[in-house]
Design a protein around this ligand. Structure first.
Ligand SMILES: Cc1ncc(COP(=O)(O)O)c(C=O)c1O
Length: 369
């Protein structure tokens, strides 16, 4: 409400104050219905320092601002909606998924807000913190031995099995369920396009299930008549960089990565239909991702996880390759909150041989022993 004394003093008229304010707030952040209405419509943040360094406009889609804190809220909502629409999930039903991370958290929020039960299978190598968080969000969690995908006891197969024997339940199958990709075709892609008024020269991000990259790529390619370049960013230990560089002939991998939630051993169903639209890939070493975790904090005030840092390194490299004047977008997947004990611990950085990756002047951020 506008206070009368402001108007009386002639500082502003009611319409002066109301007009710009209403346009900004009304359009972007109107009221929404429940938690699920608050998923998506995230800001697009211009990364000023990296934009200046490259002569490009580099933007990050602020997915950490979703209610569950990550890009996976969108996929969680869409796989649940898909199951409802197909009649697989009725009121009071149970959602079952195999996940060690953000998808479980997204699903837990969505399931609570819609009144469904949630069962999560995860490898027992995951931290107690993750298990506790899912349980306090209302999920039933089964930590099971960490065995390869080929083994029937793998957590994904156990999740599927559980659904087969539970009435009114669905295995949401995030890796191969196209509803995951659809979330980004219908929401993230259009949001980016409209936030930039259709000027998107390049898009790049890493993949876990591939839903984010595939869905945004599909939308941007169609909206731009093929003009937007869409690239994949890969951590060490993932096969997709070799797959793209070899034109689909190789699936080689080497090393491993400290990044969580990204890196793949196969082309998932979510990626299959779009992989031919991806024209290039970048392999990003952990040293660069760690340096960017600290740079984002210091230069942009952004407290981001390692997969986000990897995405931003990739966006910078893409901008350098495309040349000045281009607009490049990536995804800010989640905050550093869930990883702080590692990313900001001197001991952990030493163990991973990544301490030297932190620039000398940014060492002051290593506040944990
Ligand atoms: C932190 C983080 N970044 C990126 C991703 C990748 O997203 P997508 O599964 O859509 O490929 C995930 C997926 O779980 C994630 O948890």
């Amino acid at each position: 409400m506008i206070r009368p004394h402001i108007l009386r003093r002639g500082l502003a008229t009611a319409s002066d104050l109301a007009r710009p304010y209403n346009i900004k707030v009304g359009k972007v952040q109107g009221s929404v219905n429940g938690l699920v209405g608050a998923i998506g419509n995230t800001p697009l943040i211009r990364l000023s320092r990296l934009s200046e360094d490259t002569g490009c406009e580099i933007y990050g889609k602020a997915e950490f601002m979703n209610p569950g804190g990550s890009v996976k809220d969108r996929a969680a909502l869409y796989v649940v909606k898909d199951a409802e629409e197909k009649g697989l999930l009725k009121p009071g039903g149970t959602v079952i998924e195999g996940t060690a991370g953000n998808t479980g958290i997204g699903l837990a929020h969505v399931c609570r807000s819609k009144g469904y039960n949630l069962v999560i299978y995860m490898p027992n190598t995951q931290s107690q913190g993750k298990i506790d968080l899912l349980r306090l969000l209302g999920a039933t969690v089964y930590p099971v031995p960490a065995v390869a995908y080929e083994n029937p006891q793998n957590y994904n197969h156990l999740a599927k099995q559980h659904a087969l024997t539970t009435p009114n339940s669905v295995w949401t199958n995030q890796f191969d369920n196209p509803a995951n990709r659809l979330a980004h075709i219908e929401t993230t892609g259009p949001e980016i396009w409209s936030q930039l008024g259709g000027k998107v020269d390049g898009f790049v991000c890493a993949t876990g299930t591939g839903g984010t990259l595939a869905g945004i790529t599909r939308y941007l390619k169609e909206a731009s008549d093929g003009a937007t370049e869409c690239w994949l960013a890969d951590p060490p230990g993932s096969v997709l960089h070799s797959y793209i560089q070899s034109g689909g002939k190789l699936t080689e991998r080497s090393g491993g990565s400290i990044t969580e939630g990204i890196g793949q051993g196969r082309v998932t169903d979510n990626l299959t239909t779009e992989i031919n639209l991806i024209s290039n890939s970048l392999s990003i070493a952990d040293e660069k991702s760690i340096e960017m975790v600290y740079r984002l904090l210091d230069e942009e005030g952004l407290y981001m996880g390692a997969s986000t840092a990897l995405n931003v390194v990739a966006a910078k490299e893409m901008a350098e390759k495309l040349g000045p004047g281009k607009t490049v977008v990536t995804v800010l997947c989640d905050g550093a909150y869930r990883y702080a004990e590692r990313l900001f611990s001197r001991k952990w950085l030493e163990e991973k041989k990544l301490l030297e990756a932190v620039p000398e002047k940014l060492m002051r951020y290593i506040v944990l022993p």
